[in-house]
Design a protein around this ligand. Structure first.
Ligand SMILES: [Zn+2]
Length: 83
């Protein structure tokens, strides 16, 4: 269980398959997103270990501290699909 201390409320599952890009090298922590039904605060519960997902293709959605790296990897994926 995840508990929002601000609202004294249980946070509820919001979305599965959210990838947390950690750094620039394609290391992604598969995660589930939880949301507080009162204040809408969001958190990620990540797996213990990262997977190597350089094309950002394993998860439904990606987030990370480095948005520029996510955009770069997404662009690489588009380029790799072009014949
Ligand atoms: Zn809350």
């Amino acid at each position: 269980m995840f508990w929002c201390l601000k609202c004294n409320t249980e946070m509820l599952p919001d979305k599965n398959s959210v990838g947390l890009l950690f750094g620039n090298g394609g290391h992604v922590y598969p995660s589930d997103r939880f949301k507080c039904p009162s204040c809408n605060h969001l958190i990620l519960k990540t797996n213990a270990t990262a997977s190597f997902d350089p094309e950002l293709s394993f998860q439904d959605e990606y987030v990370g501290a480095n948005e520029a790296a996510i955009e770069k990897l997404k662009n690489l994926e588009v380029v790799s699909e072009t014949p």
